[in-house]
Design a binder for this molecule. Structure first.
Ligand code: GLY
Ligand code: MN
Ligand code: MN
Length: 434
């Protein structure tokens, strides 16, 4: 199947689910960083999922009903601007190459939308995701309303198109899984590179540079999220992104980093000793988190409820926390009282896809949904031990997380990120080779 066909088929599936009405899906805006400098441009995930089109200033319009229409609005060719900013497809070439029924200059959007919205029963768009678009579309809808005396009515129903799109995006097709496998290979290579590079007295940002080097040199120009490179106590700050401390002999280093490739995220965490050898206390905690992750991955199977991996991880962690004298009482009592939350305060995973915390409902009718083939999730238990009077001092400031990316398959699962070492023996072996 050619690439444009994949996007065409996704548009066709959305059109079928809409039944009747008009969908308006804008791509992301360029965002100023400071003065006249922009952040690196990232298209909107939903727009890209349906078009494969990466230019800013573009809007997809779909008309569903007896006869369907797919329309792209995009920037016109402009040789002067293209000298400065690079190639633009322009409507004619975009229509042809990306397989739309029609394409128009983006400058005609408002005028055409007033025409296209007329007599459509429903308007589908990402309701509430951008206040400026909400206002603009409501204004255009009012303009349609004003034509009521000519027998034209505006869409009566306004629906969030994401209800349909999120469910489509939750199930990854072969094309998406192929990209996610490639992203995983790049990210696991980056984690191995970081393990081999790390030495005491380096700064966290120097290790970050090694990760980014590996991402970029394999065509993944951006990380999927800001890399967390957290030595020692910094690992107990869940969203630590300062990455500016010196690495100390005897501490652990927690790295949560993954590249984005062709719009798809990878999300990996590894934790390893800066000097290449786990201390007894570090190893004791590490083995518990690893056992929790093994149990969680084993529970990530089709037909299992979404939270089965979390529940499996919690039981192992609770027993481990009791053994380490972090928690008291039975496993059931620790789970019931949630005393484990002092050391493990996040959940064990999330959907993964174009967005690192990807779209898709976790519950249906208030029940955890069943895992199904094609879903991709992370499995990421951890343990974060801050200094406290009732905590054995040998464990203070140990922060560990182990995170892999897992695809649910027909009978089991596929761990995309296995290539990054995670047993104590494999990590120490790789680091010995430094
Ligand atoms: N890196 C973001 C997360 O693990 O959820
Ligand atoms: Mn994650
Ligand atoms: Mn992560």
């Amino acid at each position: 199947m050619t690439i444009p066909t994949i996007y065409k088929q996704r548009r066709a599936r959305l059109l079928t689910q809409m039944q009747q009405g008009i969908a308006i899906i804008p791509t992301a805006q360029e965002v100023l960083r400071n003065a006249d400098t922009h952040y690196g441009y990232r298209y909107d995930s939903n727009f890209y999922y349906l078009t494969g089109f990466i230019e800013p200033e573009a809007v997809l319009v779909l008309i569903a009903g007896e006869s369907t229409k797919t329309i792209l609005f995009c920037r016109e060719k402009n040789l002067e601007r293209e000298i400065w900013d690079g190639h633009r497809f322009g409507p004619a070439a975009a229509q042809e190459q990306f397989g739309f029924d029609m394409a128009y200059p983006i400058a005609q959007l408002d005028e055409k939308l007033i025409e296209l919205m007329g007599n459509q029963p429903a308007l589908f768009y990402p309701l509430g995701s951008d206040a400026a678009w909400d206002q603009r579309l409501l204004k255009l809808r009012n303009a349609v309303q004003e034509k009521v005396r000519s027998g034209i009515h505006a869409p009566e129903e306004i629906r969030d198109v994401r209800a349909l799109l999120n469910e489509m995006r939750l199930f990854k097709d072969a094309h998406e899984l192929d990209i996610m496998r490639r992203a995983a290979v790049i990210s696991t290579t980056a984690h191995k590179r970081a393990m081999q590079f790390t030495r005491r007295e380096q700064f966290e940002y120097q290790v970050e540079a090694e990760l980014l080097h590996e991402f970029c040199s394999h065509g993944a120009r951006n990380p999927a999220y800001t890399s967390i490179v957290a030595g020692g106590a910094n690992a107990c700050v869940l969203h630590y992104v300062g990455n500016n401390a010196k690495l100390k002999d005897g501490d652990l280093l927690l790295i949560d980093a993954g590249c984005e490739l062709d719009g798809y995220a990878s999300d990996i965490t590894r934790t390893f000793p800066i000097n290449g050898k786990f201390s007894t206390a570090q190893k004791d905690v590490y083995e518990i988190v690893l056992a929790a992750q093994d149990a969680a991955i084993a529970a990530a199977k089709p037909k299992q409820p979404w939270d089965a991996p979390h529940t499996a991880a919690l039981r192992v962690l609770a027993q481990g926390f009791i053994d380490l004298k972090l928690c008291r009482g039975s496993v059931d009592a620790v789970l019931e009282s949630e005393s484990y939350k002092k050391f493990y305060m996040h959940r064990t995973g999330h959907w993964l896809g174009m967005d690192v915390h990807d779209v898709g409902d976790y519950k249906i009718d208030n029940n955890w949904r069943a895992l199904q083939p094609g879903m991709v999730m992370t499995v990421e238990p951890g343990c974060y031990i801050r200094p406290a009077d009732d905590v054995p001092p040998a464990l203070w400031n140990i922060g560990i997380r182990i995170e892999d990316d897992v695809v649910i398959t027909a009978k089991d699962n596929e761990v995309l990120t296995d290539a990054a070492p995670k047993t104590v023996a494999d990590i120490e072996e790789l680091m010995r080779q430094n």
